[in-house]
Write a new protein. Structure first.
Length: 276
């Protein structure tokens, strides 16, 4: 199977479009896409981030045309990953219709595997309405973020800011950067998201977007969670990001913040250091 990086960016573009058809993008849906990317040897995490950025800016018509021009072997793999994405959760009529329209336009074959959208309507029993989770007011806190410097030292920062113009500047200030870049959906971060059972959110961390200054030191905890064999330099800040809309948020409860700190520390073999 031979595909160009531009075609991979197109696959990313359409995959996200399919995953968001039901109003939200889950980490499990995204994991199917990253499993697909792992089929290509030499595709580094940095390259994946670049093609994601390119895919987000790509015109949808251009993306569909690139997929339609792929060879038969690539089209089969593309059909398979698209089907796995839409079948990851309960298949809606909107997802099903969109999947078949894309398949028809691009000339994709039927998917091969255990995930295949049904072409017939299925009847579902009405699910009982889920009871709203009780909120423990004593556990609620001002949204909190935790900064990990390149020595592994942890400190907590809090802010009620929600708009990115304000919050983004604060996050950058906390890690002594001009602006930040978000690291998301790496295999180690995905594992932590599943462990923490985050509700329509996933764990992310942010680094300086202006490049990495090797003089400030390798941030080993961040490097481990980046998971690509590429060192992360400087300070980083951990936060939550919504599956729908990709909005950055802080931890809103003491218990979840504590659980996240413990889980991250376990994942990096106890490299975090906490103030006395």
């Amino acid at each position: 199977m031979k595909v160009t990086l531009e075609t991979l960016a197109a696959i990313y573009k359409i995959s996200v479009h399919l995953a968001s058809a039901d109003g939200q993008v889950s980490s499990n849906e995204v994991q199917h896409l990253f499993d697909f990317f792992q089929k290509f040897e030499g595709l580094s995490q940095d390259t994946v981030r670049q093609l994601m950025d390119y895919g987000e800016k790509m015109d949808p018509a251009r993306a569909l045309q690139l997929i339609a021009n792929s060879d038969d072997e690539a089209k089969q793999e593309i059909a398979n990953v698209f089907a796995r994405i839409v079948c990851e959760d309960e298949l809606t009529d909107q997802e099903k219709d969109l999947y078949f329209k894309i398949s028809e336009y691009c000339g994709l074959p039927d998917p091969v595997g255990d995930s295949e959208p049904e072409d017939e309507e299925e009847e579902y029993e009405d699910d009982e309405e889920e009871e709203e989770e009780e909120i423990d007011e004593e556990d609620c806190i001002v949204p909190a973020f935790f900064v990990v410097n390149y020595h592994g030292m942890v400190r907590t920062q809090q802010s009620e800011a929600e708009d990115w113009d304000t919050l983004g500047k604060l996050l950058a200030k906390w890690i002594r950067a001009d602006r930040v870049e978000i690291v998301r959906f790496t295999p180690p971060l995905n594992a932590l998201t599943r462990e923490l059972e985050l509700n329509n959110r996933h764990l992310v961390f942010m680094v300086s977007r202006n490049g990495y200054d090797e003089e400030v030191g390798d941030n080993m905890p961040a490097t481990i969670l980046y998971g690509g064999g590429y060192p992360i330099y400087g300070n980083v800040v951990f936060a939550l990001e919504t599956d729908d809309g990709y909005e950055i948020e802080g931890f809103r409860s003491r218990s979840l913040l504590s659980e996240a700190l413990d889980a991250v520390n376990d994942a990096v073999d106890g490299l975090l250091r906490f103030p006395d």
